[in-house]
Design a protein around this ligand. Sequence first.
Ligand code: ACM
Ligand code: ZN
Length: 757
Amino acid sequence: MCSKTLFSLFFALLFLGKTAAQNTISIIPKPVEMQVSKGYFRLEKNVTISLQNSALQETAQLLRLGIQQIRPSSVSIKNSTPNAIKGISLAIDSNRVVQKEGYSLAISATGIKLIGHDAAGVFYGTQTLLQLIHQQGNLPFVQIKDYPRFGYRGMHLDVGRRIFSVTFLKKYLDLLALYKFNTFHWHLTEDQGWRIEIKRYPKLQSVAAYRNETIIGHKKDSPHRFDGKPYGGFYTQEEVKEIVAFAQKRHITVIPEIEMPGHARAALAAYPQLGCTGGSYQTATFWGVFDDVFCAGNDSTFTFLQNVLDEILPLFPSKYIHIGGDECPKVRWKSCPKCQKRMQENHLKDEHELQSYFIQKMEKYLNAKGKNLIGWDEILEGGLSPKATVMSWQGEAGGIAAAQQHHDVVMCPESHYYLDYYQSLQASEPIATAGFTPLEKVYRYEPIPAILNPTEQTYIKGIQGNAWSEYLVSEAQAEYMLFPRALAIAETAWSPKTQKNYDDFLQRLRLQEKVLKHRKVHYFDRYEEIQARFQTNSNGSESIYLTSSLPNATIRFTEDGSQPNTQSNVWKDGLSIFKPTLIKAQLFDKNGAYGQVWEQWVNVNLATGKSITFKNAPQTPYLPTDAYALSNGIIGTHRYNTGQWIGFRGEDLEIVVDLGKSQSVQEIGISILKYHWQRMWEPTELSFWISEDGKAYEKVGSFKDFPENAINTVSLKVPNKTARFIKVIGVNKGTIPAGEYGAGAKAWLTVDELFIY
Ligand code: ACM
Ligand code: ZN
């Protein structure tokens, strides 16, 4: 062996040794720098925390509590010079740690030394330490240097649709702190309930805080069903103070959101004179966007909202106050004499400018009180208020536009950071809002859009995960949807972009489960379940690739509809399917079956693998996964963003399939997704055509009726016909009608699975 090889071997071993030690340590979010060395520090039963600075008392108390919650210990806190005792020392030194909120943590034979740039930095160091104590009896010798990537690291919770207990909120805040979030966006008012006590307006408590009943199941279900039970409640100002103080000790700022001008049905139920029509109104009992909003022409609307803010501001030290601003239909304003008069007097050219007028008026009020306004990206409509911060939720477009105008931005795109979306494709998942947003997708999101120049990029102040509570029917269900996806957001918020690596994150997450279990978090623990990828072949077959990130695991499967067991065939790489087949697969590791059975009906048919031409191209985000997605035999499900459903925004569907040669065709069919609340509309007409030469087409039938509020599959028998070319035309609804979600915008025509037998 030459010396060069020996040399490499030496380094390879050194590297292996180091990785092995690091592999037993799980810190989320991943620290900026971490060096593990040989040896362990034993944290005795009697622990002393010494403080260099009395400003750290609070943090020391919380550290004591944290340690005692993990293991029986007697923890004493002393005001003394660090280094004096073999215990934990806490200090602030902004020269030694220069980054805001940053810290350095050293665990060695002489003890645990934690230095923060500021009190927040020390606090984050203690959260890292608690994660280590949770996982290890003896603490590994380690040197950590750490600081955040973003100054705004937020999580949100909607308490309007469901109210959550103060106990739950504290548990949530504690978990947010553990993962180094520094902002809690508290969505306090909604159509379905006003949740914060405003003493000046007692009907907000007696009327707006309650609804007569609540919809059962998903809002797409038709007809709507209700539970018949009154529901409601609110947080008293004393409770609010308690939550804010609890958060503050954990270096979390609570941003209150008071929704305006939309999502105001509950407030209008209490004070109908604030609406354009004067009512009557009821607190909403189902989910959606409602036409009745605050009247922008009525001076008493502004007086009311300013009086509300006068009670809100003293409760929340936050610099930011969230005023909502999203999803405000303009239907009522269009026909309201007061709103129209306001527009005339202020030379506002349309209702969007009236919305902008509304928000600017509130911004002036907040600014005069020393506060900054933050709102959802619809506050861009009709012109952004001078100093507003934008929360970009409808994708990134709003955030990009705001950053280009040099306004601060928080990125929370619905596509990646709405944690009320499904995290599994399993049919048995508890009802969730929509779509499919698995852990990996959340983790891989990069919040700084490449389209922004370096100056504009500096306006992206951070990120936030949102938890809308329509389907968070219990506190356990809220935890299930939030965790572990919130940990993926935490890592993007804190860790350097260059440190992010999904496999490495998973490795740490597996160890972190111990922490979540200890804290009794009802988290989603199947994040390593089977994932599928499909590929269509030009020979008309469909190839399926199943994978899982679960270490040392085997996938077993059946093709005859039976349940897979430990004797079933082992899945190897890909499987090609030539005829309609039901595949079932199950993941096994040393503990037995992991997760649920994965199953897929693969409906291979004459269209599979045949070339399809599109007159109009599908549009983002409903793009096909590949050229054959429309006819791959994989039928799109209610989780409509997996690449199976393809969409045309404001444009018609017109496709032609070339079967390659003239042949007998007996049946043609296709599925349409009708979700008006996602702007997906059925075509006004869907027609099927056949041809031998691709020029002269015969219309063989058409449909105008799509009754299901979901997937509508239509098919047509074409007896005694031969054809080589099949054409399908779907006429787009065009503009979304007034009174519907997204009124005035272009409708999506969303289709999948063309099949031909
Ligand atoms: C939102 O999801 N309407 C902000
Ligand atoms: Zn009005």
